[in-house]
Write a protein that binds this ligand. Structure first.
Ligand SMILES: Cc1ncc(COP(=O)(O)O)c(C=O)c1O
Length: 486
């Protein structure tokens, strides 16, 4: 069933976990005032901006204290002040809430996006975003805009919600070459993979639907699904990808409306699902008639193994595949796509039309010339990413031997297991020393994974190297000893 997309921006946050609130608070304690005064100011600001919505249940004082690395007493004092101001209220035996007289929520931006929205701070090494710089090839193709085809397009009105035919064709050829027969009718061009993900999810769920998602998962997927007000059930995902046994049991038990996963280069773990697991996932989808969104945005950044695996959708028509130009060529194009059955594409094109009337034809025209050169893009990404990954792993082994990074099969970031549940407070300390990283909870639908960090190696190796040096200093001076023996 297709549900109205208009409700998708109403982000409801009924409870906020300690780690999440700690991340939302950002640099709350960089001033000179007493800690509880600074904390009071930070929470007050979050309420005033609408980031903490009326009625939101706050974490316990003890758990927030531990996520922030301060005493419980500091949090108690701060909450007392805010209660006195009427910003917070307590229900006997049921915790502390943002008072319902406070402002209502705006959409909640997460740490993942702050690296894009904050602007560049040259004094801080930012290892949060794994977004890759564009290929020079992209700018080389700007001349294309002089072409007669561009003139022909400009002579028309330019509103094409389903996308430019030649790009839909190019995407169809891209999938056919991977062993998944595809025609342009299977393809909807979108404004990046992010829009494709959200459109696809909204087409098969309604408020209250159960959706299975990986733990950890791409934050953009978690946010899109939360915005649709669905119920999330998390399934473990590790170095081999989603745990297929757990998935089979959960689908049998929960009968979800949708499964969302990343078969081909997972963000944040960097895993690629092998052939056997792919076919098992497809079998589960077919057996229960469950739609699947396979977000394969990073598919062209594989470093290890087969660089052109057959897409999961080859095993089931129920799989909708999300793809993008962002990781292979350039995120700034804002061109992605959804591959699904033609009937679904027709309906989704109508919904997309209602949202934005279509993606820029200029960007699509460029993309239609670039995509046929995907093999070249894969080679370039392979060369730069394999070297950057090698150097980052060497640095970590030397400077942070207590940490356990997974070796990702692709992508531009490392998923690292820490010896203790301290990622949120570590990320906070590290920021004060001049380096930013994402704590594991950013990738968790249940605010867990505080024993993991994701660090990007997408930037120049010297930049990543300096970042890792600072992380090691921070670890050595504040965490190393306290986590010994854990
Ligand atoms: C797994 C995954 N899906 C989707 C996206 C969004 O991609 P796009 O830039 O095409 O919207 C990203 C970007 O980081 C991603 O990592």
């Amino acid at each position: 069933m297709l549900t109205s997309y208009s409700s998708a921006n109403s982000f409801r946050l009924a409870t906020v976990g300690a780690n999440r609130l700690a991340r939302m608070l950002g640099e709350w304690n960089s001033g000179e005032a007493a800690l509880h005064t600074q904390l009071t100011g930070g929470v007050r600001e979050l309420i005033a901006s609408g980031a903490l919505a009326s009625g939101t249940r706050l974490p316990s004082e003890r758990s927030l204290g531990s996520a922030l690395g301060v005493s419980r007493n500091t949090v108690t004092k701060s909450f007392d002040i805010l209660r006195g101001e009427g910003a917070l209220s307590s229900r006997q035996g049921d915790g502390t809430y943002v008072s319902t007289t406070q402002r209502s929520p705006a959409v909640q931006a997460d740490d993942r996006l702050r690296s894009f929205t904050e602007g560049v701070d040259l004094d801080i090494i930012d290892l949060r975003s794994a977004a890759l710089p564009g290929l020079a090839l992209v700018a080389d193709h700007f001349d294309m805009l002089e072409s007669s085809r561009a003139r022909q397009l400009v002579a028309q009105h330019g509103y094409i919600p389903s996308g430019l035919d030649e790009l839909r064709d190019a995407v169809a050829r891209y999938y056919s070459a991977l062993g998944l027969p595809t025609t342009y009718e299977h393809i909807l061009i979108t404004s990046g993979a992010q829009q494709a993900l959200r459109l696809a999810a909204s087409s098969v769920t309604e408020a209250g639907s159960t959706v299975i998602i990986e733990e950890p998962s791409f934050r953009g997927a978690i946010e899109s699904l939360r915005a649709l007000d669905v119920r999330l059930v998390s399934i473990r995902s590790g170095r081999e990808g989603i745990d297929v046994d757990e998935l089979a049991a959960a689908v049998a038990r929960e009968r979800p409306a949708l499964i969302v996963l990343q078969s081909t280069v997972h963000n944040p773990t960097g895993s690629v699902l092998d052939t056997f697991r792919r076919s098992r996932v497809a079998t589960i989808a077919n057996r229960y008639g469950t739609p699947v969104i396979d977000d394969a945005t990073l598919a062209d950044t594989i470093i290890d193994g087969d660089r052109r695996p057959v897409p999961l959708a080859a095993g089931s028509d129920l799989v909708m595949t999300v793809g993008s130009m962002s990781k292979s060529f350039w995120g700034g194009l804002r061109v992605g796509w959804l591959r699904a059955q033609p009937e679904a594409i027709v309906e989704l094109a109508a919904i997309k039309g209602g949202q934005d009337l279509g993606t820029s034809l200029i960007a699509q025209l460029l993309a239609s010339h670039l995509l046929p050169q995907i093999e070249r893009a894969r080679d370039e990404r392979f060369r730069s990413l394999s070297e950057a990954r090698r150097l980052a792993l060497e640095d970590l082994a030397e400077m942070l031997p207590e940490w356990c990074p997974e070796t990702p099969a692709g992508g531009g970031s490392l998923w690292i297991k820490l010896p203790a549940q301290c990622a949120t407070s570590f990320a906070r300390r590290a920021e004060r020393l001049g380096v930013r990283v994402l704590p594991g909870a950013t990738f968790s639908a249940r605010d867990g994974l505080d024993n993991h960090l994701r660090i990007s190696y997408a930037a120049a190796p010297a930049y990543t190297h300096r970042g890792i040096e600072l992380l090691a200093e921070c670890w050595e001076s504040h965490f190393s000893r306290s986590t010994n023996g854990l």
